[in-house]
Design a protein around this ligand. Structure first.
Ligand SMILES: Nc1ncnc2c1ncn2[C@@H]1O[C@H](COP(=O)(O)OP(=O)(O)OP(=O)(O)O)[C@@H](O)[C@H]1O
Ligand SMILES: O=P(O)(O)OC[C@H]1O[C@H](OP(=O)(O)OP(=O)(O)O)[C@H](O)[C@@H]1O
Ligand SMILES: [Mg+2]
Length: 325
């Protein structure tokens, strides 16, 4: 065995483009030597990484079995496809894309069904009246079973659906569904509504680590390098660099700026000539610039940052903590 780190990323579908963008922004683009249909690749600038292109649900399976060390996939697929997920993988970080809710949806015509309790009543009546159990179409079989059990609903049966799940009530093959929704357009087009307390999971794409993969020294060191770049890109993306210089700039003023505007002073207080660099989130930027001018600055410049490299590597620390637990 090579000892390399295997990184599983989506080969197709909604997440693929975002995942490519994510690694490119972190300065380590995914490369496929033989074109888009090459299912093995590399990560530019990071040694000892082999990229495996898999479907989003196969990624969950590969992480569970230890065939991949790291993967990017939806939390919905991790929770659905991995039994006791928290014991076998660790979700290191939500990546801010691939948002989708796994929901229970019923026909809009069921005006008296608003909550899971109402649904429980309907399920009981349906069974009594027809002698059959109400049918739930879904590909999220495990999430559905767990959620219905938590709500004490037992009078139902699951009809496995591989696609076009929203069409099953109108087609007469199920009474209700469990599926993912983002904009709600597909549910609306099929005259379905989400049950008020029927959101099973709010999912997004996650960076996920396998706890059972062979974490060789080479694989660990590759993860450390990858995570360092990801963290540097994230800190840079969420902050702007603010610079100013004025004689009356002192440490108490910097302390006030830090608490009031959630900024950080990456290089400490002002220099002896009053030169100050701050990193500030975009939403408080104008407030900070106003504050600095009120305190005596005649000019404040703001710029985007590409990377913020720090000695801290929180993602790697989180991984190490789980691997040694
Ligand atoms: N609007 C959306 N619809 C579907 N999935 C979404 C949406 N937004 C984000 N996702 C995420 O993308 C994941 C993969 O969905 P996608 O449609 O790309 O794959 P798929 O082709 O359905 O996957 P597979 O081939 O494994 O069945 C979902 O499980 C979910 O985590
Ligand atoms: O709430 P919306 O924004 O309408 O999105 C939800 C729809 O998107 C997904 O299907 P997808 O297009 O991925 O097709 P698939 O069922 O073949 O995966 C999902 O299964 C829903 O049907
Ligand atoms: Mg899909």
């Amino acid at each position: 065995m090579s000892g390399k780190l295997i990184l599983a990323v989506p080969s197709k579908g909604r997440l693929q483009e975002n995942v490519h963008g994510f690694f490119a922004r972190a300065g380590m683009p995914l490369t496929q030597a033989r074109g888009a249909r090459d299912y093995r690749g590399a990560l530019a600038g990071v040694d000892d990484v082999e990229v495996a292109y898999l479907s989003a649900s196969e990624i969950a399976a590969a992480l569970a079995s230890g065939a991949a060390h790291l993967g990017v996939t939806g939390e919905d697929l991790v929770r659905e496809n991995i039994l006791d997920a928290d014991a076998r993988v660790t979700l290191l970080e939500g990546l801010g894309f691939g948002h989708a809710n796994v929901v229970v949806a019923v026909p809009q015509a069921w005006i008296d069904v608003r909550t899971m309790d109402d649904l429980d009543d309907v399920a009981g009546h349906f069974h009594g009246r027809t002698g059959r159990r109400i049918r739930v179409a879904t590909k999220y079989v495990n999430l559905t079973r767990g959620f219905f059990a938590r709500h004490g609903i037992v009078d139902y049966r699951i009809v496995e659906s591989a696609g076009a799940t929203e069409g099953t009530p109108a087609a007469g093959t199920a009474e209700l569904i469990v599926d993912i929704t983002t904009t709600g357009a597909t549910l609306a087009a099929n005259a379905l509504k989400v049950v008020d307390d029927g959101v099973i999971l709010k999912s997004e794409a996650n960076l996920v680590a396998s706890l059972s993969a062979p974490w060789t020294p080479a694989a660990r060191s590759a993860a450390r390098v990858m995570f360092d770049r990801m963290a540097a890109e994230k800190r840079a993306r969420t902050m702007r660099e603010v610079r100013t210089r004025f004689a009356s700039c002192d440490t108490s003023l910097v302390d006030e700026a830090v608490t009031r505007f959630r900024c950080v002073a990456p290089f400490g207080g002002p220099t002896s000539s009053g030169m100050l660099t701050l990193h500030c989130p975009p939403d408080t930027l104008h407030g900070l610039a106003t504050f600095l001018r009120e305190k005596g600055a005649s000019m404040v410049t703001v710029g985007a940052i590409d990377y913020v490299f720090s000695t801290e590597n929180p993602l790697f620390a989180a991984l190490e903590a789980r691997l040694s637990a």
